[in-house]
Design a protein around this ligand. Structure first.
Ligand code: MLT
Length: 266
């Protein structure tokens, strides 16, 4: 892991490999370790930039950022490292941030991967639930989340070891970063109207057993983005990259080869 000092705070990231970077934006309430199966595979063929969002993992405390500010932090990191563009890949909350990054910094996006995510905003009741959960986490910490979340993030087919690993990742997340991210997700705008503006080639991936952001959400994204392709990851839940890295990586590899051929991102 390396760190970049930005605006008085430190952001930690893992940077491996060579060529134009694949920027991996993690889901809630995790950190860059959820991308281990992609980091190990793709660092052999291209540069991988896998940060801990501010407030998560080793990065500095959350300043109660909105998702837009998370997107700006990532662009500041690209600036710091001298990368004009990246292939921006976000899963779930990472996908919400990828969509914000497109809206705010479209010239920095060489291509996009939106995995197990949605373009719509929260309903009022979901947003209210998130705010209640944020208060509970500030009072009680992330322990209950670490117990409850892994079964939501994985399908019934998942290796039992995967749930244990996720539990360990969640347990180490600072409670303020987690609580603030819940509020940021509750406040996020609806990105559905932005989808037709996405000019970058886009791969949409979804686990066939994703109950958090089901296939219909990915179909909606695919209908909206002109140059997009939707690939289903069989027998995978919400964290399809983590649970079924073989099929996820195969689709990602094919997409990256196409992007490199057509855009010369090497
Ligand atoms: C995530 O995996 O990042 C979260 O489940 C996203 C959400 O709760 O909307």
């Amino acid at each position: 892991m390396a760190r970049a000092r930005m605006g008085g705070r430190e952001m930690w990231y893992e940077l491996r490999g060579h060529r134009a970077p694949l920027l991996l934006i993690h889901a809630f309430p995790l950190d860059h370790e959820m991308w281990r199966p992609q980091i190990e595979t793709f660092a052999k063929v291209r540069r991988i930039l896998a940060p801990d969002l501010m407030g998560f993992g080793s990065s500095d405390e959350h300043g109660r950022e909105t998702l837009d500010q998370h997107a700006d932090d990532l662009v500041a990191l690209l600036d710091r490292l001298g990368f004009p563009q990246a292939v921006v890949c976000g899963l779930s909350m990472g996908g919400y941030i990828a969509l914000a990054l497109w809206r705010r910094h479209p010239t920095r996006v060489a291509a996009m991967v939106l995995a197990d995510t949605r373009s719509g905003a929260d309903s009022e009741s979901t947003a209210a639930d998130r705010r209640r959960l944020a208060s509970r986490i500030r009072r009680e910490g992330v322990g209950s989340l670490a117990e409850e979340m892994p079964s939501r993030l994985l399908s019934p087919y998942a290796d039992p070891g995967a749930a244990t690993e996720l539990c360990e990742i969640i347990e180490r997340q600072p409670k303020e970063g987690v609580a603030s991210a819940l509020e940021a997700m509750a406040d996020r705008p609806d990105s559905t109207e932005d989808l037709p503006t996405i000019a970058a080639p886009t791969l949409i991936l979804v686990g066939t057993n994703d109950d958090v952001t089901p296939l219909a959400e990915s179909e909606l994204i695919a209908q909206g983005i002109p140059d997009s392709k939707l690939v289903e990851v069989p027998r995978a839940g919400h964290l399809a990259n983590f649970e079924e890295p073989g099929a996820f990586n195969a689709a990602l590899r094919t997409f990256l080869e196409t992007v490199d051929d057509s855009q010369g991102t090497s």
